[in-house]
Design a protein. Structure first.
Length: 334
């Protein structure tokens, strides 16, 4: 295939670029002028300007491409400006869809979020379960629902939606979902709510995206998750793994929301990263068990065990000197 990866320098993007290269492909890697592309240069990847706010750049980047992987959907740093967040996310996705249609792209793989998955009474949720309207569970949930709805309404090109759970593994340069692992390994006690999370190896997600691109008739929407855990249960197991004190009790939902809002207000005023972000709180307290069986049936996915995923994440984090160089006391497998 001739493929463009939007968000190529991010956590999922780097692992997707690795998967494409391993499959014998030479993807184009979209970049913004201010983005860090050192990891992509180390892979000798072809870099092309592709700012989501500049339609002409997107059009040029997609020219001649059969497939576009869109792993650069707007991810708000803070959840305090709902109107601006919604406008930015929808405008950028609209630019991507317009450019893809204009360039004659055959298939666009859009990376959404499990925040769009509605709870199902009496069973784990699957691809059938989508909120009928904006869920109202926080800015992040509403943004991702609106963007996924726009993607699925596209009729000029084929759009496939992938909804990965909490990605873990190597190359999390911005410390997204890996931030809590790093904090625990350093002996910190990160504040956290409790709820259902759906961890998945980021390398498996990259494989699934590649298979969606290659599939003759892929599912329109697919969930990507290796299992369902309670967050606090995972943190207790990680504390054993790193030989540190167990985490404090989880915050009640209202406590977590209040702390996250206060931390985001402080971060907005001072520019520092919040110790607990609102979108993480909303994802955890509203998380639902998932049934990702369609990915196994349609794409042949076999998920790595959590211990293997954590070994890869830890090995990378140690090489980057993000966590101490010391042996594990016990593997984490809640």
């Amino acid at each position: 295939m001739s493929a463009l990866v939007l968000g190529a320098g991010g956590f999922l993007g780097l692992n997707l670029v690795d998967a494409l290269i391993a499959a014998g492909e030479a993807p184009r890697c979209g970049r913004r002028r201010r983005s860090n592309v050192l990891a992509l240069r180390q892979r000798r990847a072809a870099l092309v300007p592709a700012d989501l706010d500049i339609p002409e750049e997107l059009a040029a980047a997609m020219t001649g491409c059969a497939t576009v992987f869109h792993a650069a959907g707007h991810y708000p740093r803070l959840s305090r400006d709902r109107q601006r967040t919604m406008q930015t996310g929808l405008a950028q996705l609209g630019n991507v869809l317009d450019a893809a249609a204009g360039a004659g792209v055959r298939r666009l793989i859009y990376v959404s979020s499990t925040a769009t998955v509605a709870p199902a009474p009496g069973r784990p949720s699957d691809e059938r379960d989508v909120f009928a309207a904006a869920p109202g569970l926080g800015v992040y949930h509403d943004l991702k629902w609106a963007m996924e709805s726009l993607a699925l309404a596209e009729d000029r090109i084929e759009v496939i939606v992938a909804c990965p759970g909490a990605c873990l593994g190597p190359h999390d340069l911005r410390l997204g979902t890996s931030a809590v692992l790093v904090a625990l390994a350093r002996g910190l006690d990160p504040p956290h709510p409790d709820g259902v999370i759906n961890p998945v190896d980021v390398r498996d997600v990259a494989t699934a995206l590649l298979r969606l691109a290659e599939h003759a008739s892929p599912p329109r929407r697919v969930l990507l998750a290796a299992g369902n855990l309670r967050l606090h249960e995972l943190l207790v197991a990680l504390a054993r793994r790193y030989g540190v004190a167990p985490p404090s009790r989880p915050l009640e939902d209202a406590e977590a929301v209040s702390l996250a809002d206060a931390e985001e207000a402080r971060a907005e005023a001072g520019g520092r990263r919040p110790s607990l972000s609102r979108e993480i709180v909303d994802l955890v307290i509203h998380g639902v068990p998932l049934d990702a069986g369609l990915a196994a049936r349609a794409l042949g996915m076999r998920w790595r065990p959590l211990t293997e995923t954590l070994d890869a994440a830890d090995g990378w984090a140690r090489r980057m000197r993000l966590i101490p160089e010391r042996p594990f006391t016990q593997a984490a497998e809640p």
